[in-house]
Structures are given as C-alpha cells and as structure tokens.
Design a protein around this ligand. Structure first.
Ligand SMILES: CC(C)(COP(=O)(O)OP(=O)(O)OC[C@H]1O[C@@H](n2cnc3c(N)ncnc32)[C@H](O)[C@@H]1OP(=O)(O)O)[C@@H](O)C(=O)NCCC(=O)NCCS
Length: 162
C-alpha cells in the first residue's frame, strides 16, 4: 500500500444528484471493465438507490472519485451490492478504506450481519473480504450467468458483528 488511508474521504451517494450517479456508474464501469456482464448504468444505480434501504458512498482523494461502495440494509442485516475501485487507483487501500468506513456506518445503524456474493474467480475481492474478517459460508453453483452462455459459482461471505 503506497497511500495512507487518511488521504481519502467519504462522500455519501444521493440518488437525487445525477452528477453523483454518473460518477458512480463510470467508476463501476472502469472497475468492472473485465466483467462486462457486471456493469451497471447511471439509471440502474439511481433505481437501486431509490429502492429503499440502499446506501452508498464514493471514496475521494482531494476531489477525485476513486471508489464506490453500495449496500442494501433490511432490518438488522446488510448486503454489499457492489464495491469497485478505478483501475488506476487499485492496490492503494481504497477498497479497505471504503469497507472500514461503510461497516462503521452499518454498525451505528444496528446492523448485526453483513453478507455478500463474489465470483469464485475473483481472488482479489475474496482476499479483501477475508482481510476484514468476512468468512465464506456457502456456495451458489452457476449463480452468475454470462452473456456468452458460460456460468460461474458465487461464494457467499458473511461478517458477524456480535
Ligand atoms: C477488489 C477491489 C475492490 C480491491 O480494491 P483495492 O482498492 O485495490 O483494494 P485494497 O488496496 O484496499 O486492498 C485491500 C486488500 O485486498 C486484497 N487485494 C486487493 N487487490 C488484490 C489483488 N489484485 N490480488 C490479491 N489481493 C488483493 C489484499 O488482501 C489487500 O490487502 P493488502 O494491501 O494488505 O495486501 C478492486 O480490485 C476492484 O475494484 N476490482 C474490480 C471490481 C470487483 O471485483 N469488485 C468486487 C466484486 S465482489
């Protein structure tokens, strides 16, 4: 890691702000460029955030948006919907920063457990989640259906606060 976490700041995402929704979509498209089936448009982000219980943040350095985290909460559980970091900013602690700060907010909201799904091939994301104490709890075979007809397992991870 070459950049201190202290260099980043959090900006809450607001679905009423089209500028922020556009930044969210372009960061996401950049981060997921190698998985085109996972890319979400600005409208998709806006719709998700208007759906209720969804909160999210950008990580910025100075005024540059570097990463995005989107979470859905239901009662005392939360699901990480997506996390992505611009390719030019990866491996500099941005995702760690987003997860630590986001999880702090979730804890303050009374969330007890956090779940997420990750592709079996996504070893970088799995290493990130394990580094912040998520544990792998199950598998959904062939959960991700790709447009080329192939499929991939999802691994389910969970973090318990209690
Ligand atoms: C996964 C992703 C969010 C990590 O973001 P990042 O800002 O580069 O991650 P960080 O620098 O905060 O790294 C935190 C930890 O994650 C792990 N990690 C991150 N990138 C990694 C890589 N390429 N290979 C292996 N481990 C990696 C390491 O454990 C790292 O800790 P360390 O720096 O002490 O070794 C980023 O690679 C990304 O946006 N990928 C594409 C989108 C994606 O796959 N999102 C997750 C979908 S489930």
């Amino acid at each position: 890691m070459t950049t201190s976490r202290m260099a980043y700041r959090l900006e809450p995402l607001d679905p009423a702000n089209p500028y922020l929704m556009e930044i969210a979509a372009s960061l996401h498209a950049d981060a997921f460029i190698h998985v085109p089936d996972s890319v979400w448009t600005r409208d998709a982000f806006t719709k998700l955030m208007l759906g209720g219980g969804t909160i999210g943040w950008l990580a910025l350095q100075d005024n540059d948006p570097l990463g995005i985290l989107l979470v859905r909460t239901v009662l005392d559980e939360a699901e990480i919907l997506t996390i992505g970091v611009a390719r030019s900013a990866q491996k500099k602690g941005v995702a760690s920063y987003l997860m630590h700060e986001g999880l702090k907010v979730l804890r303050s909201l009374g969330i007890q457990q956090v779940f997420l799904e990750v592709r079996r091939s996504n070893l970088a994301a799995q290493a990130l989640y394990r580094s912040i104490h998520f544990e792998e709890i199950s598998t959904r075979p062939n959960y991700y259906q790709n447009s080329d007809g192939s499929s991939e397992d999802a691994l389910i991870f969970r973090l318990n606060y209690c």
